[in-house]
Design a protein around this ligand. Structure first.
Ligand code: KG4
Ligand code: ZN
Length: 329
């Protein structure tokens, strides 16, 4: 019988302190997420210094809870995976230092894991049958990447944003039109009540890259020039615009690479309109994968899954592992 591999995942790259226990890279035994949204809400966005301090306060308790809920003891852990980038340097350092301490104390291997690879791996947890190769569109607060996953640890970035990440555009628009932070879910909700009847200037970019700053500015200007413009229609028009762009580039890439499996990942992939539109590609012969909503936004289960595949390939970190805020995949 093959021995089960238990991975402890630690995520602290932004404003969620999360620790998870995952069996064999795909089965979640626990996934504790301590969100700081309430703390940062009053500042209208994440304040890095405050995030770091709250990670320090939360991390031991969240780890204890993850171990307890999983019904394991520390000695059952085979591998400790932590996010070491990309993200806020002070926030990342908390998770990395804690993971290094545990690895040393328990004498267990440490696997530094890329946050974006974690978002991709969230799909392995929700879809037990999903295997590379496939195409993944990662849309989050910090990233907009179109990635070809050749194998579990082999990635080609084939498109990315030239300016704002898509989630940043959602959050900025929400703030300007008075919906508050975090904006994505609020824009999503309001857009359901509106019509996408506002024409927005199209930014033309060659190849498979994205650009969202033009449409973001156009929406903000429309609101400033005429504060009575219907906000629900603004949100619906913005969502339609970005979804059309995402679909266009993803389909172009799928055709070029001749792939039929397309996965979405990251906080913005929880958006209901984006999901509805992508699922329609199944009528064209594509298979569409999404993580379940709790695994779309930042969480440690996805980091444990990505860390498991690093561990299985023998990519082990040492105690010199450091936080790398602009880490690339
Ligand atoms: O993946 P994530 O938790 O953090 C990063 O790694 O960036 O993504 C957070 C982003 C935020 O910009 C948030 O507004 C957005 O995901 N988001 C959404 C929705 N839920 C979260 N955007 C659009 N529609 C949603 N339903
Ligand atoms: Zn993220």
């Amino acid at each position: 019988m093959i021995k089960d591999i238990i991975t402890l995942g630690i995520e602290s790259s932004c404003d969620e302190t999360s620790v998870a226990v995952v069996k064999n890279g795909r089965e979640v035994l626990s996934n504790i997420i301590n969100s700081q949204i309430k703390i940062h809400e009053k500042f209208g966005g994440v304040v890095p210094e405050i995030a770091s301090r709250n990670h320090i306060e939360a991390i031991s308790g969240v780890t204890e809870e993850a171990i307890k809920e999983a019904g394991i003891t520390y000695k059952d852990i085979d591998n400790i995976a932590c996010t070491y980038g990309p993200g806020l340097v002070g926030a990342l350092l908390v998770g990395v230092s804690y993971a290094k301490g545990l690895s040393y104390a328990l004498n267990k291997p440490l696997t530094g894991t890329n946050h974006i690879e974690g978002h991709i791996a969230a799909n392995y947890i929700t879809h037990k049958d999903l295997k590379p190769p496939f195409l993944c569109l990662i849309i989050s607060g910090g990233h907009t990447h179109l990635v070809y996953i050749q194998d579990y640890n082999k990635f080609d970035i084939i498109g990315k944003t030239r300016d704002d990440a898509i989630g940043e555009a959602f959050d900025k628009i929400a703030r300007v039109i008075g919906l508050g932070y975090p904006g994505g879910p609020k824009v999503d909700r309001l857009a359901r009540e509106g019509e996408p009847n506002i024409d927005l200037p199209k930014t033309h970019i060659e190849g498979l890259d994205f650009s969202f700053s033009g449409v973001k500015t156009a929406i903000i200007n429309l609101h400033h020039k005429n504060p009575d413009v219907n906000k629900a229609n603004l949100c619906a028009s913005f969502e339609k615009y970005v979804t059309d762009t995402l679909l266009e580039n993803t389909l172009k890439a799928a055709k070029q690479l001749k792939v039929k499996k397309i996965a979405l990942a990251g906080g913005v992939s929880a958006n209901s309109y984006i999901r509805e539109e992508f699922i329609k590609l199944e009528n064209k012969g594509y298979k569409i994968y999404y993580p379940e909503p709790i695994l779309c936004t930042d969480n440690a289960a996805m980091i444990a899954s990505a860390g498991y595949y690093r561990y299985m390939s023998g990519t082990i970190s040492n105690l010199e592992l450091n936080a790398i805020p602009n880490l690339k995949i």
